[in-house]
Design a protein around this ligand. Sequence first.
Ligand SMILES: O=C(O)CCC(=O)C(=O)O
Ligand SMILES: [Fe+2]
Length: 408
Amino acid sequence: MDRETRAFAEQHFRDLGGQLYGGGGQAPSGVAFIKEPATFSYADFVKAFLLPNRPCVFSSAFTENWGSRRRWVTPEGKPDFEYLLQKYGPNKKGRGRHGVLQSGGHRERHLSRIFVDEQTLLEAQRDSSAEDLGDVFTLPVYFSSDWLNEFWDALDVDDYRFVYAGPPGTWSPFHADIFRSFSWSANICGRKKWLFFPPGQEEALRDCHGSLPYDVTSPKLLDTRLHPMLQHSSPPLEVTQEAGEVVFVPSGWHHQVHNLDDTISINHNWVNGCNLANMWHFLQQELRAVQQEVHEWRDSMPDWHHHCQVIMRSCSGINFEEFYHFLKVIAERRLLVLGQGSEAAQEENIGLGLGFQQAAFDVGRLAEVLASMVIHPDFQRVDTSTFSPGPEELLCQLQDAVAATTTL
Ligand SMILES: O=C(O)CCC(=O)C(=O)O
Ligand SMILES: [Fe+2]
């Protein structure tokens, strides 16, 4: 990130004045298509899509050199089952703890069989077989501020990187992504049809019980007794993603995705300074939902608040303590970058991610979210006595770093 883009991004969040990012504004009338890698910079992406939280599609030129596009696909553009089975099939070295074929409970099933009737989660992990997977894909720079995978990589436990595979007719039901993360999705072969709803528009699709639909294309949705708010809904933004193209899914946008061919895609979920506050907002909503669900035991259970955190963790995959840990790991890494000296020295240093200005921006976003966290009554109930550094101390460190980098 360059200095000018950082100033632009910081101004964007100042203008929001604490309002949640990504929700407001006029819904776009279409989804932009980016043709030329050579003329589209990281700064262009930040300004035109990441900050406004708008979807876009990158042309197949952006994935032209990916190994997966050469090796996973036949000359006819179909999945090369023979290659995939030999490389990632059952009993292959490299399946490791992640497994390679996974579809609900059908772990050991044959790829070509699974391909007949259902979408498969095919996990091709970098670490499990590095020599084979090293050039499966190259992370596009636009998606490289990815705290979720940076955090999981630091812990070496899991990650939010996926490979989806399915024949025509398979689809992913209507949803917004986990923790209000962004996602990116690259078609290695085949095509997908995406239906996108800007944040908030899903409300008009709720049924009379308040539930969101599973399938927005279902004729049941037209029944206005079942869906009383339907007249307020707008049609989705529709995108057909061709082979090799990459879709950027903004934070909090609901979507439904249909495979039009035999399709294999590589997908990442990611969170960074732009949607961190949305993740924090989402976690607060999740906790409130748990508290409502179990409120009748509030007065009879002495550790009710602790139990709410435990339930939240099992339902949402994360609780307040773990979210703090996530912030802490990223914060310490950014403080290290900022502490490593002048901007000029940084620029010469490769391997520092998006550099000094990005770290300065990140620290600002972290400080804002942590400041909101430390005054949250439910976070104040969490036992933080063993956290090192504690939340208040980390907040001071971040605020000092913000002050020190404001003019740089
Ligand atoms: O490709 C799919 O079926 C689902 C992809 C998706 O939901 C995403 O990338 O966020
Ligand atoms: Fe998704």
